[in-house]
Design a protein around this ligand. Structure first.
Ligand code: NAD
Length: 495
């Protein structure tokens, strides 16, 4: 494909021009150029906010049931264009086709959830709230006739900043519920793989979304900072690394915005000696190497309790050796490339750090059979990792598994809780007592019991803790409705 400009989508149409600071989007499996993205176009950001501001009054006044009709039509259009979106993800991100389909399917789940906005947006009321006094006398029914109600109303223009790793789903954690609640939206996708996100926005307009309700602007930090401090923006949703999340949260809140920032992770998987071995091994391989480790729910540290490591490590190494590392569209592929060359170098740096720090390299992903070109690193397993090592504490965001050994469940739970992060942790056990103790005492927002990737459905909040989340209301579930609305309380008395 030629070097096309990956445009903005503002006021209901694709717009964009070359120039300024730009990034090249490539297929990470082949190095082929897919297109170019402008990074510094703050005029486009300004135009997107203006379009959203202009569209807000009419959209907010549209009955919520009518707003939801759009989501029913959109769901149908997404189903028709499902494979096209998935293959765009394969080309720009490098996911395998089944992983890319999962990205689109989990996005559609959010659209289905947004169809429930009429029920979710309902407020509350309480009649007869006041007693009589000398200034407020009892009426002929014996009360003072004062009632009160709380309505949920939209905020105005909301902004979403999204990462590369789920280019269709993560934007759908944000804009569908925001606009279902009557807000208008400006989305800034990752500059690394924005093609499928532009198409997601374009398809929304094919489903009849009025111009200006949902806008997309490309860009890097300059554009982000412009959006999150803009006078006309009321709320900011962010998903990405912890370093950037801290910056976005402090900058947006200092500028008076409501903010929710879903951030990085370092997730632990505990395996008890009583675990079902096959289920534990499959669950851990999927968690660590699925999406090439580029998931905020990826299990990255395995804590083997007691003698579990004795059967676990050899079995994991044997199975991981068989993982076919290829381009995402290869029919035989199990694991695709990393997103770009910088990520590949970062992951290779972590492998070197693990060796230097004295961990045992049980499986070296650098020596795996895989294409010579492209951003590939094979599945890597370190054994005898300790909590002082960088591979144990830092987010690698690649296919590297660190195995620690602990004598007891309580020691394993303590190791989980030492992390600065608190996104998720999982346990593999056949004991209900162990499972419950783990659930009660781990300081993480999402817990898996005999499940490698405890991804919540869209009806639940995506509930990271500690340095995995900044804010108070999470993405998805009822939290998203609270985040994208505010209360208006009315106190009424009729004579
Ligand atoms: P990233 O933080 O590099 O980028 C995320 C977004 O922020 C992008 O749109 C990018 O353009 C923008 N950005 C980058 N640097 C910026 C800066 N200095 N100022 C302002 N904006 C900036 O993240 P990524 O590499 O795209 O995604 C991977 C990260 O996202 C991982 O840390 C992963 O754990 C995290 N993630 C978290 C969740 C979650 O729900 N907790 C979900 C998915 C991904």
């Amino acid at each position: 494909m030629s070097n096309l400009i990956l445009e903005n989508f503002i006021g209901g149409r694709r717009v964009g021009e070359a120039g300024g600071e730009a990034a090249v989007v490539t297929n990470p499996a082949t190095g082929e150029t897919v297109g170019t993205v402008r990074l510094d176009d703050t005029r486009a950001a300004e135009a997107a906010v203006a379009a959203a501001r202009e569209a807000f009054p009419a959209w907010a006044a549209t009955p919520v049931g009518e707003r939801c009709q759009f989501f029913f039509r959109y769901k149908e259009i997404l189903e028709k264009n499902f494979e096209e979106l998935a293959q765009m993800i394969v080309r720009e991100h490098g996911k395998t086709s089944p992983e890319a389909r999962g990205d689109v399917r989990r996005g559609i789940d959010c659209i289905e959830f947004a169809c429930a906005a009429p029920a979710l947006m309902m407020g509350s009321s309480l009649p007869q709230i006041a007693v009589s006094s000398s200034f407020c006398r009892t009426d002929d029914e014996g009360g003072v006739g004062i009632d009160s109600s709380a309505d949920r109303v939209p905020l105005g223009v909301c902004v979403g900043i999204t990462p590369f790793n789920f280019p269709v789903m993560v934007p759908m954690w944000m804009w569908p519920m925001a606009i279902a609640c009557g807000n208008t939206f400006v989305l800034k996708p990752s500059e690394k793989d924005p093609g499928s996100t532009i198409r997601e926005v374009e398809l929304a307009h094919e489903a009849g979304l009025p111009a200006g309700v949902l806008n997309l602007v490309q860009g890097g930090p300059k554009v982000v900072d412009h959006l999150i401090t803009h006078d006309d923006v009321r709320a900011v949703s962010f998903v990405g690394s912890t370093k950037v999340a801290k910056h976005i949260y402090s900058t947006a809140t200092a500028a008076g915005k409501r903010a929710q920032c879903m951030a990085g992770a370092k997730n632990c998987m505990i395996v008890m000696p009583d675990a079902n071995r096959e289920a534990a091994i499959d669950g851990m391989l999927g968690s660590c190497f699925g999406n090439t480790g580029q998931r905020c729910l990826a299990g990255s540290v395995l804590i083997a309790v007691g003698d579990a490591a004795d059967w676990l490590v050899p079995a994991l190494v044997e199975k991981a050796k068989e993982i076919k590392v290829r381009a995402g569209d290869d029919p035989q592929v199990d694991m695709g490339p990393l997103i770009d060359e910088a990520s590949k170098q970062r992951v290779l740096g972590f492998i070197e750090a693990g060796v230097e720090d004295g961990a045992d390299l049980a499986l070296d992903g650098r020596a795996h059979e895989m294409p010579a070109q492209g951003c590939f690193v094979g599945p890597t397993i370190f054994d005898n990792v300790t909590s002082a090592m960088r591979i144990c504490t830092e987010e690698i965001f690649g296919p590297v598994l660190s195995v620690m050994r602990e004598p007891t469940l309580d020691a394993a739970i303590a190791a989980v809780n030492r992390s600065q992060y608190g996104n998720m942790a999982v346990i593999f056990t056949s004991s209900g007592y162990n499972a419950r103790r783990f659930k009660m005492h781990t300081d993480v927002g999402m817990v898996g019991i005999n499940v490698g990737v405890p991804a919540p459905m869209a009806v639940f909040p995506f509930a990271g803790w500690k340095d995995s989340f900044f804010g108070s209301l999470h993405a998805n579930g009822e939290d998203s409705v609270r985040f994208y609305t505010e209360y208006k309380i009315t106190v009424t008395r009729w004579m």
